[in-house]
Design a protein around this ligand. Structure first.
Ligand SMILES: Cc1ncc(C[n+]2csc(CCOP(=O)(O)OP(=O)(O)O)c2C)c(N)n1
Ligand code: SF4
Ligand SMILES: [Mg+2]
Length: 315
């Protein structure tokens, strides 16, 4: 009988040649230059330019790579946003950016999901989606570029247009009471609610950073002037135009819903900063927990066997 050879000992440590190989280079994030896609088709002076530039700065600052984030939007001037970002993203159906982004967030919780849009997209046609995405606490960041008007369709009254605003749909002045996006976000269950204005770049960046670090539905209302159809709408919030930029008081308790609601109710130009921030389990976390439990139950089975079990149960 042939002799069984003695086992060759396998060293625990990696061979000397491997130890000498250079460490993997540190991953470089995308640069503003790499991120800049098509030249934005917005009117010169539109506030949306500033939001886009700050988004590039955010991605650059946080050293994100293509595989780490997506930019989603609905329809409107502001919603053209993903066209101008040379990265993964989608310009989706009017008012439906949030449900689309919800699917991405739930299936790929490792991604930073950013959604951009306008006041019409968010609060008219997409109004219900806003409420449901907020109450479900989906992990994503939603930046609404609020210009108090429908810009793309050339000046109709939007849900945030103030009373008396003369537009193509309200020639004698708007008669419907405007919604207050901050109050709506708080009441709907958003766990991060902030307000900023495109004329204050450092503040926009700070709000976006805080929002992307929040584990839950983070909402930012960003005033963004439509210079074509609502010129001067936000002058009262711009110190360079004689207005006032008032930050949320330092002693404001971020977890106090009633205090946040009070800040939101202050007359225009109101306050800027984070109004509300609480930690509450996300739908992402809850679903992951359910999935983990289910996977435990079918451990070791092949996909077809799992399906077979389901069919057997239906008999
Ligand atoms: C289903 C559907 N309804 C209406 C429109 C027309 N429409 C396109 S954009 C828009 C409003 C956009 O306003 P807003 O979200 O405030 O974006 P802005 O252009 O002001 O940035 C409307 C009504 C459409 N494209 N699809
Ligand atoms: S119409 Fe208004 S919102 Fe649209 S690009 Fe021009 S300035 Fe911006
Ligand atoms: Mg608008």
């Amino acid at each position: 009988m042939a002799e069984i050879p003695a086992r060759v000992a396998v060293p625990d440590a990696a061979p000397a040649s491997a130890a000498a190989s250079p460490p993997a280079p540190e991953r470089k994030g995308l640069t503003k230059k790499e991120l800049a896609g098509d030249h934005p088709t917005w009117c010169p002076g539109c506030g949306d330019f500033s939001v886009l530039a700050l988004y590039f700065r955010l991605i650059e600052k946080r050293k994100l790579g293509h595989e780490e984030f997506v930019s989603i939007a609905g329809i409107g001037c502001s919603s053209r946003f993903p066209y101008f970002v040379q990265a993964h993203g989608a310009h989706y159906i009017h008012g439906r950016a949030l449900p689309f982004a919800t699917g991405i967030s739930l299936s790929r919780p490792d991604l930073h999901v950013f959604v951009f849009g306008g006041d019409g997209d968010a609060f008219s046609i997409g109004g219900n989606h806003f409420n449901h995405t907020a109450r479900k606490n989906i992990k994503l960041t939603y930046v609404v570029m609020d210009n108090w008007v429908y810009g793309l369709t050339k000046k109709q009254t939007s849900p945030t247009s103030p009373l008396g605003f003369k537009s193509k749909t309200d020639q004698w002045g708007a008669v419907d009471y405007p919604i207050n996006p901050m109050k709506q976000a708080i009441a709907a269950g958003a766990t991060f609610v902030a307000r900023t204005t495109s004329t204050n770049p450092n503040h926009v960046l700070a709000m976006m950073e805080a929002a992307m670090d929040h584990d839950g539905f983070s909402f930012i209302e960003c005033l963004s002037e439509c210079v074509e159809f609502y010129e001067g709408a936000f002058d009262a919030a711009n110190p360079r135009k004689g207005g006032m930029f008032k930050e949320v008081p330092k002693d404001h308790d971020l977890s106090d819903e009633t205090a946040a609601y009070q800040l939101a109710g202050t007359d225009f130009p109101g306050y800027f900063g984070i109004f509300y921030k609480i930690n509450k389990p996300t739908k992402n976390a809850k679903e992951a927990e359910i999935n983990r439990g289910m996977m435990e139950k079918v451990k070791g089975l092949k996909p077809w066997q799992i399906l077979q079990k389901s069919f057997d149960r239906m008999k």
